[in-house]
Design a protein. Structure first.
Length: 280
């Protein structure tokens, strides 16, 4: 009976390509992750409330103390909050993937005739879907406190796509971290520990011109700064691209380069680490 079942499965699998099955399995895993998330009311609530708290905190508490020239600090701030929050998707991937490993879910996936990469692609894709909801919530909150999109419809669409692509890339870094630590508690700490200095030593909340010269160089070449600057330009915030280093003069181009570079490095590393972690 087992031989017959394997024969039928192999015959059925042969009807489609490996790419088809990778996409098919990834969608199923992503759907499973989304159902798991949306059935968790507490996680859903805090996922929605956190970006609102960040926007209100920086806009009303710190906004009056930060000088961004003639422009409104809220217009300056919102794209930075967008990038910070979407970057935290990496931490979500770390925790979720490590938690699945700790509970034995990954071992169950291994027993199924599925592409190993589908587990990681499904996880990062579900985090991308959560990012869409988060961006909608933040956009509504930003518009409610006076932020406006003045760069045109298509530029705004490009900005949102850029943010989601960056969040997807950061999820692969988070996946690698989640597969490299021993338990969900450590994954939670490790997932966020490197993101906080990366986001705060950038142009997300303050202009890089206000930083010491040695730190300004790091901030301008920080991928967070490129994504923030590109988002500001696309949303219509005025930025002088004739000054600063190459990333600040070409933020959209540099953002695309960073996203492609992160995916090219961390997707293979995460898949390789997954194979090693699940072969024990």
């Amino acid at each position: 009976m087992s031989t017959i079942t394997k024969s039928v499965s192999a015959e059925y699998a042969a009807k489609h390509s490996k790419i088809y099955w990778l996409a098919h399995d990834s969608i199923i895993v992503a759907w499973r992750n989304l159902l798991q998330f949306y059935r968790n009311i507490e996680a859903l609530f805090f996922d929605a409330i956190q970006p609102i708290i960040f926007i209100l905190l920086f806009a009303f508490v710190f906004g009056g103390a930060i000088d961004v020239g003639d422009s409104s600090y809220r217009s300056f701030l919102i794209p930075g909050i967008f990038v910070q929050t979407i970057a935290f998707a990496g931490a979500s991937a770390s925790i979720g993937l490590n938690d699945d490993m700790a509970k034995g879910i990954i071992d169950r996936f291994r027993s199924l005739p599925m592409n190993p990469a589908a587990v990681l692609l499904g996880r990062t894709s579900s985090d991308l879907s959560r990012g869409v909801i988060t961006l909608i919530i933040m956009t509504i909150t930003g518009l409610a406190i006076g932020w406006r999109i003045t760069g045109g419809f298509f530029n705004a669409v490009a900005a949102y796509l850029l943010l989601l692509a960056f969040g997807f890339a950061m999820s692969w870094i988070g996946a690698l971290i989640g597969l490299s630590v021993s338990n969900p508690q450590i994954a939670s700490t490790a997932g966020f520990a490197w993101l906080f200095p990366l986001t705060f030593v950038s142009n997300a909340f303050v202009p890089t011109e206000s930083m010491p010269s040695w730190l300004q160089v790091f901030a301008e070449w920080n991928p967070i700064s490129s994504i923030v600057a590109a988002s500001r330009i696309l949303f219509g915030y005025p930025i002088d691209t004739s000054i600063g280093s190459f990333p600040m003069q070409n933020p959209v181009l540099m953002s695309v380069i960073w996203i492609v570079l992160i995916l090219a490095i961390f997707m293979p590393l995460a898949i390789r680490r997954f194979k090693v972690a699940t072969s024990r």
